[in-house]
Design a protein around this ligand. Structure first.
Ligand code: ACO
Length: 390
């Protein structure tokens, strides 16, 4: 009998120098630097450079990188037209995925191993993703996209393109920290999905489009959106015990809790909780934050001993909600930051590439007779169960 690991749990899929997690001690490092240090001292642009090039930039390098990102913020009118053609009711993650796949058609990559091509591809993707997300958020309401402003920082410009207002410096700073916290996280589902695509030597736009598709699901990046729906649904601190009783009693999941690797509270959740506190210094009794705190306390009593604790998605949505950002944009916000980590993994994969082609354990029949169409009278399969249609 061959070993089988559902969800590939615990199976290393790559050797990497990009990030490190200790799920028992609650440690996360990017290129060896702790997430707490980066959140306190770095910027998203600098962190993206660190992830991509495995070192902190010098001052002139950072200035140049920032200038290159700023210069490439604009998107082609054809990408805007594409976004305008999508249904307003469609999810912004699907719009982002479509636009990123289309971007690759405008900037064909002849050789994925060429260093200069890689640099400019990374610059374009990191620079343009926020513009795409903000543009879709506006065109779906019938508004024209707001042109990016070169005099604003990365975080300021994104919030400006979304809201048409230049944010307070403190708010832009909190948003920038959120981007740092989401930029990378070892071999998670979306990174793995991107790596599988990279291993076919597909170009980085296709790789990022694959990763965006995988991030969307509620068990992964989509959880930040689901958390807000859950907290709104709970409605008040008093309702928390009954909600948990009902959900856990029917084996339901509490969104924003649990992690394949962390058995302690996710270090990013600790930083994010602190940021919410900065935004909500004197919360009312039933803000989303007070309900969230009550959920955390009650969860600790009920299933804390199983190592199910808040993950990165539990408090991030509360911050974005407090900033007035629409709930279905939360996962795209995750993507505009995670693109830095995805690209770092993609380039690492190209460097020492082996096509991903895992095996499977076949459990189906052999030598099955082929019944001619005329002789098939029912939809019954061989176990006699009627198959559903659809
Ligand atoms: N709420 C309640 N119970 C949970 C939760 C949760 N959030 N997470 C895990 N459990 C329980 C499961 O019911 C299961 O219980 P059992 O052993 O009694 O059957 C046990 O813990 C193991 O759960 P699995 O889902 O098998 O563990 P896995 O390692 O596959 O799960 C996952 C990780 C998918 C993240 C899970 O914790 C989950 O679904 N969480 C909710 C969604 C979420 O917040 N996702 C974001 C993760 S962070 C990120 O991707 C950026």
């Amino acid at each position: 009998m061959r070993d089988f690991f559902p969800g590939l749990a615990g199976v290393p899929a790559a050797k990497s120098t990009i990030s490190f997690v200790d799920g028992l001690k609650g440690i996360l490092e990017y290129r060896g630097i702790s997430i707490e240090t980066l959140a306190r001292q770095s910027s998203f642009t600098e962190t993206a450079f660190l992830l991509l090039f495995n070192r902190l930039p010098t001052k002139p390098e950072l200035t140049q990188f920032h200038a290159d990102l700023t210069q490439h913020r604009r998107i082609k009118y054809k990408i805007c037209d594409l976004l305008k053609c999508l249904p307003e009711s469609g999810h912004p993650m699907d719009a982002l995925q479509s636009a990123v796949a289309a971007l690759g058609m405008f900037y064909p990559v002849a050789d994925v191993t060429n260093e200069s091509t890689r640099y400019w591809t990374a610059v374009r993707l990191i620079a343009k993703l926020p513009t795409i997300v903000a543009a879709f958020a506006r065109v779906r309401r019938g508004d024209e996209p707001i042109v990016p402003r070169d005099d604003l920082s990365y975080a300021e410009n994104f919030l400006y393109m979304l809201t048409e207002k230049i944010p307070e410096p403190a708010l832009a700073n909190i948003f920038d920290i959120c981007l740092i916290l989401h930029a990378e996280h070892t071999m998670n589902a979306s990174t793995f999905s991107g790596l599988v695509t990279a291993s076919t030597l597909a170009d980085p736009y296709t790789v990022i489009a694959s990763a965006i598709g995988t991030l969307e699901g509620p068990l992964h990046g989509g959880a930040n959106e689901a958390v807000i729906h859950m907290l709104e649904n709970i409605g008040s601190v008093e309702q928390v015990p009954a909600y948990l009783e009902r959900t856990l009693g029917t084996k339901g999941k509490i969104m924003g809790f649990g992690h394949r690797i962390y058995k302690v509270k996710d270090p990013r959740a600790i930083i994010l909780q602190d940021l919410v506190q900065q935004l909500d210094a004197h919360p009312d009794t039933n803000t989303l934050f007070t309900i969230a705190r009550a959920v955390e306390q009650e969860m600790e009593k009920r299933i804390g001993q199983k190592g199910i604790r808040p993950n990165v998605d539990f408090y991030s949505g509360i911050i974005y909600h407090r900033m007035g950002i629409e709930t279905d944009l939360f996962t795209p916000l995750f993507a505009i930051s995670r693109v830095a980590g995805w690209l770092a993994h993609c380039f690492e994969q190209y460097q020492d590439n082996h096509l991903f082609r895992p095996d499977q354990i076949y459990e189906g029949p052999h030598n099955r007779p082929y019944q001619p169409l005329e002789g098939r009278t029912t939809l019954k399969n061989e176990e006699g169960k009627v198959r559903g249609k659809g």
